[in-house]
Design a protein around this ligand. Structure first.
Ligand SMILES: [Zn+2]
Length: 156
């Protein structure tokens, strides 16, 4: 089925690039590496960016492609993307996914552009985000902080 790009925000490519950087070359659910054979299926992994919809969707519209808040998007391998798209699997995996996401590294806050419906970020929230990211880069001292410094305007 051809992709209807009119349903996506104009800056979708940039959003995808951000999510791909967050994923650091791995499927965000199963950890399979982009470009290498999948440990389970054996086929070459190609990461794509999925709109997760439930339980993260705003206004319960899980098909809203303009809902590009960081928590509604994930870089996924074919296997995980397929699983996600199968409705019958959705409820079973929902709780596991939520738990895994909560246990994961601190999530980047929502993208804020004129096209998104993400709520405005309060000053207190901004300060909390900056503190989180400081702690994140202290803990993962080998990661390049430059990316955050260059892109934080998109999040704050
Ligand atoms: Zn995967």
């Amino acid at each position: 089925m051809p992709v209807d790009w009119s349903r996506y925000p104009k800056n979708w490519k940039r959003i995808v690039a951000g999510i791909r950087r967050r994923a650091r070359g791995r499927c965000e659910w199963c950890g399979a590496r982009h470009g290498l054979p999948h440990p389970v299926t054996g086929s070459k992994v190609v990461l794509t960016t999925a709109h997760l919809g439930e339980p993260f969707a705003l206004d319960a519209d899980k098909h809203d492609k303009r809902d590009i808040r960081a928590e509604n998007l994930a870089a996924l391998c074919q296997k995980c993307h397929l699983n996600h798209d199968r409705d019958e699997h959705r409820e079973n995996t929902r709780r596991n996914r939520e738990a895994r996401r909560l246990a994961a590294e601190p999530m980047l806050p929502a993208f804020r552009t004129s096209e998104t419906r993400a709520p405005a970020v309060s000053e207190a929230r901004k300060a909390a985000i900056e503190k989180d990211m400081d702690e994140f880069y202290e803990r993962f001292w080998w990661l390049d902080r430059g990316w955050w410094d260059a892109h934080k305007q998109e999040y704050l």
